[in-house]
Design a protein around this ligand. Structure first.
Ligand code: GBH
Length: 442
């Protein structure tokens, strides 16, 4: 019997974010954005989403029954600080209740302090376009750590620092919907500086805390590896989307190279106790002379054989393995803070989970210190500009009735979490066609 066994203390979890599951977040920039027709694909809004503000515990019960021992969730700044400098005891009490509920179920929380949304009062002051956001974020973080620190030892300051600037300030599909590359870099710089400041602030209050960023890394390969232009395009995308943040966190330098500017931020260097990796997919990139606005880069649509929407990129577990091997060089623990599949019918999610976890296993077997895996997501939820039209959950949610139904992928993940392993028998039942890929070399 072939088996891929994971370390005994491995964290088996799922990830969510406040705005996507809680409902009732009416005081942030996303809620305002959702009110304009056209912004959300299916015309929906984030209230009530999964109604976690009232019933998170019911899903925590399910997570426990599914053998999970960790959960990554976020706290909502606009609830905790509804007006500048005013703190909501009620919101803090509710988060304490949720975190206590997780702990009671043997589920270790990882708490994200910023997952895309911003309080309206902050946005009215210019939001992340202005450096003034940094001390305001730090004050909020200090408050949260003072209030919740006894229940949390794993903190994630900022989810995907590249996504807010690129989606909100370059592509324009997220609030504030601007298209201004210069501004996007300004926002990215401010988010990274805010991370560094928060990192040090958390350690002053809670020296033992483990603090990091969840950095979204999308693999970029040249469509034609023999074409120097494609190679340049893929490497450009890789440097912008992946390496810029990597260099910032490790070397303390912001390389905004298309604009020819480099900035040293010494507080950033080494400002992570673990590497948080959000990994979903890869792009095959071509050089395209007709795309000056995209710096002459274009991603090819995924092959037809791939069961994903054309823009979603390619399913490529090998790239997860590659990133993990590279990140091992920093000698810090690695958490896969997100990994998941856009799959409304749960057709290929079981296979996605197996092949990606097999890639993680291979990296661990070669000495990479991966300490945990958080699947995105526990439940179907409010998928930002896609509303409820894109499902990522291991548990299906009927948004009319709030009824939950565990998916096949959820049953599989339960088996994996409970066994701490992938067995031949699981592969036979859930994805026999991926047998060789999963057990390669065994
Ligand atoms: C994660 O981002 C988010 O952290 C999480 O909140 C979200 O629910 C999850 O992904 C699933 O999407 O312009 O073609 O790139 C992952 C990175 C960046 C992927 C924005 C989707 C929009 C489409 N995401 N991107 S595209």
């Amino acid at each position: 019997m072939k088996t891929l066994s994971f370390p005994h203390d491995f964290l088996w979890g799922t990830a969510t974010s406040a705005h996507q599951v809680e409902g009732g977040n009416h005081n942030n920039d996303w809620w305002a954005w959702e009110q304009t027709p056209g912004h959300i694909k299916d015309g929906s809004c984030s209230d009530p989403a999964c109604d976690w503000w009232n019933r998170a515990e019911e899903d925590f019960d399910r997570a426990r029954q599914m053998g999970q021992n960790a959960h990554r969730l976020s706290v909502e700044w606009s609830r905790i600080e509804p007006r500048e400098g005013h703190w909501s005891g009620e919101a803090i009490a509710r988060y304490r209740q949720m975190l206590t509920a997780l702990r009671e179920r043997g589920i270790e929380p990882m708490v994200t302090l910023h997952h895309f949304t911003n309080p309206l009062w902050l946005v009215e002051k210019g939001g992340w376009e202005r450096e003034e956001a940094i001390p305001l974020f730090v004050r909020y973080v200090e408050r949260v750590v003072q209030e919740l620190g006894d229940l949390v030892s794993l903190w994630c300051t900022i989810n995907e620092p590249t996504v807010v600037p690129f989606m909100g300030y370059s592509i324009g599909d997220f609030p504030p919907g601007k298209r201004d590359t210069r501004l996007a870099f300004k926002v990215l710089g401010n988010l990274l500086k805010a991370h560094a400041a928060a990192y040090h602030a958390i350690h002053r209050i809670q020296p033992q805390a483990q603090v990091g960023v969840a950095h979204n890394m999308r693999a970029m390969d040249p469509a034609n590896p023999r074409s120097p232009l494609d190679r340049w395009a893929a490497s450009f995308r890789d440097r912008m989307g992946n390496r810029l943040v990597e260099w910032a966190l490790t070397e303390g330098v912001l390389r905004f190279f298309p604009l020819g500017r480099t900035e040293r931020v010494p507080e950033l260097a080494g400002s992570f106790d673990y590497w948080g990796l959000n990994y979903y997919n890869r792009d095959r990139v071509v050089f395209d002379i007709s795309q000056p606005g995209q710096f002459f880069c274009r991603a090819l649509p995924a092959e037809h054989s791939q069961p994903v929407p054309w823009w979603w990129g390619e399913i490529h577990p090998q790239s997860l393995y590659r990133f993990l091997k590279e990140l091992a060089r920093y000698g810090k623990p690695i958490y896969i803070t997100e990994n998941g599949a856009l799959d409304n019918t749960d057709e290929y999610r079981p296979r996605y989970i197996l092949t990606h976890l097999a890639a993680v296993h291979r990296a661990i077997a070669e000495g990479v210190p991966v300490k945990g895996y958080f699947h995105w997501s526990l439940v179907d939820n409010f998928e930002w500009a896609d509303g409820y039209s894109a499902r990522f959950g291991l548990i299906h949610v009927d948004f009319e009735t709030q009824k939950r139904t565990i998916k096949r992928s959820g049953e599989l993940y339960r088996e994996i979490c409970l066994a701490g392993a992938i067995t031949e028998d699981m592969v036979e039942r859930y994805a026999p066609e991926a047998r060789d890929e999963i057990f390669q070399g065994l």
